[in-house]
Design a protein around this ligand. Structure first.
Ligand code: NAD
Length: 260
């Protein structure tokens, strides 16, 4: 099959889902640029990648700063020659009720989740078009964008909804360049974001963390939290030549939580 790619950049790869994605891609043979605002956690991600695997580089950057995104792409291309696959994974949230949310929360979550994803998508697509060999863009949304009742907060859900919308429209504009744009919607995945959320809700509701986690799983047919590797597996597929004719879609990795 055609459409085989080598060089990937993953944002938010210092921890959690992004780290699993970066390691899984490297294990599959991709050169991986690991981007995150947390330099120390990036070092840990790189240490977890086997030495004999293909190249990996570390890029300390903030996805909410467009100039950082430009530098991230420049550095990836300088080291690997091209940028073929862009995984827009960095995201932030916090457990907050509707009336606790204010403009600072709006700016914080929109700057990272919506603005960061958009400009990484736009700048990566520009680079891919210049290379003339197509490419893949994979955006991290959430089941929170599709009505998951226990989502961390309403603004977060809206930022993840905007990722679904930009995925659809960008896929329509970029199809003629053979650039596929898709998004992934994970249900709760046991990473730092979720650990903090579970701990806060357990305290507020005077319950144990296990009780909160069991409650999240009450409507999940397969009944289990995601492991970050469950999301990495979907990224591996969407990066592969087998996914060459899939674009503009969102894929739930959620144990059957959202039946769509
Ligand atoms: N964990 C879940 O249950 C879950 C569910 C659905 C969607 N998601 C989404 O998956 C993605 C990863 O989540 P996670 O659970 O691994 O989170 P995490 O907090 O464990 O890791 C997020 C990483 O992103 C980095 N980051 C944050 N802001 C950044 C910025 N401005 N610039 C660069 N890097 C930045 C952090 O330093 C961290 O390394 C997020 O987009 C999140 O919204 C997570």
């Amino acid at each position: 099959m055609e459409d085989t790619y080598s060089n990937v950049c993953v944002t938010g790869s210092g921890n959690g889902i992004g780290r699993s994605i970066a390691i899984a891609l490297n294990n599959e043979g991709y050169n991986v640029a690991c981007a995150d605002k947390d330099s120390k956690s990036l070092d840990e991600t790189l240490d977890l990648m086997p030495k004999e695997k293909p190249k990996k580089i570390k890029i300390k950057m903030d996805v909410s700063q467009v100039k950082d995104i430009d530098k991230m792409i420049e550095k990836t291309v300088k080291h690997f020659g091209t940028l073929d696959i862009m995984v827009n994974n960095a995201g932030v949230t916090k457990s907050l009720g509707l009336f606790e949310l204010d403009e600072t929360h709006w700016k914080w979550m929109n700057d990272v989740n919506a603005k960061g994803t958009f400009f990484c998508l736009q700048k990566a697509a520009k680079q891919m078009i210049a290379q003339g060999n197509g490419g893949r863009i994979i955006n991290m949304s959430s089941v929170g964008a599709k009505g998951f009742v226990d989502v961390s907060n309403t603004i977060y859900a809206a930022t993840k909804g905007s990722i679904l919308s930009m995925t659809k429209t960008a896929s329509q504009e970029l199809g003629k360049y053979n650039i596929n744009v898709n998004s992934i919607c994970p249900s709760p995945t046991y990473t730092d974001i979720v650990k903090k959320l579970v701990a806060k809700r357990a305290k507020e509701q005077n319950k144990t963390e296990k009780e909160i986690m069991d409650y999240y799983m009450r409507d999940v047919p397969l009944g289990r939290f995601n492991d970050p590797d469950d999301i990495a597996s979907m990224v591996i597929f969407l990066s592969s030549s087998g996914a060459r004719n899939i674009t503009g879609q969102s894929f739930n990795v959620d144990g059957g939580l959202i039946p769509s």
